[in-house]
Design a protein around this ligand. Structure first.
Ligand code: HEC
Length: 149
């Protein structure tokens, strides 16, 4: 198969997958909110974390395009299921107490999120502020147990 043919196949597949019904981007209702220790913590959280950990997700235009749409949807779904500040007080899992640790260790926000979201990038000082704010708002399970395996 020559390159032109291969490219045609890729383009046709990309077009065809757009016909698969896309996942809903309707944000579920906000049913509970945490008591933030300060408006600043909430502001930094909104900038850096809220798209995947709240029901106030701002869906970018490219979240309508498969296969990106599938990946983004999955991320938001899994992110919300672990930790969702719009469903604070819900029964079951809501891992606020791991938030400070995830940020401190640089695991969140995920690296692949950053290129398309420059606003989520925190300076060292802002990161420090948000770590402290998250710990004050949700507790800090990492600091309590030190070195987790
Ligand atoms: C692009 C979406 C996205 C962004 C932005 C994001 N997260 Fe996450 N987050 C996830 C996903 C997906 C998971 C579940 C998978 C995992 O643990 O890696 C997760 C998991 C978590 C968990 C649960 C960890 C656990 O093991 O239970 C916490 C706490 C968390 N994130 C905090 C944050 C904080 C704090 C920020 C902002 C500094 C943030 N996240 C930004 C997608 C995101």
């Amino acid at each position: 198969m020559n390159i032109a043919k291969a490219l045609t196949v890729v383009v046709v597949v990309l077009i065809l997958i757009q016909l698969i019904p896309r996942p809903s981007h309707e944000n579920p209702p906000v049913t509970g909110t945490p008591q933030w220790d300060s408006p600043r913590t909430e502001e930094l959280f909104k900038r850096s974390c809220a798209n995947c950990h709240s029901n106030e997700t701002i869906w970018p235009w490219y979240s309508n395009i498969a296969p990106l749409s599938w990946i983004i949807n999955l991320d938001v779904k899994v992110g919300r299921s672990k930790f969702n500040v719009s469903e604070w007080g819900r029964p079951g899992k809501n891992d606020g107490d791991e938030a400070a640790g995830e940020l401190r260790e640089g695991k969140m926000p995920p690296w692949f999120y950053m290129p398309a979201h420059p606003e989520a990038k925190l300076t060292d000082a802002e990161k420090d502020e948000l770590v402290k704010g998250l710990a004050a708002t949700f507790g800090d399970e990492d600091a309590e147990h030190e070195e987790k395996p």
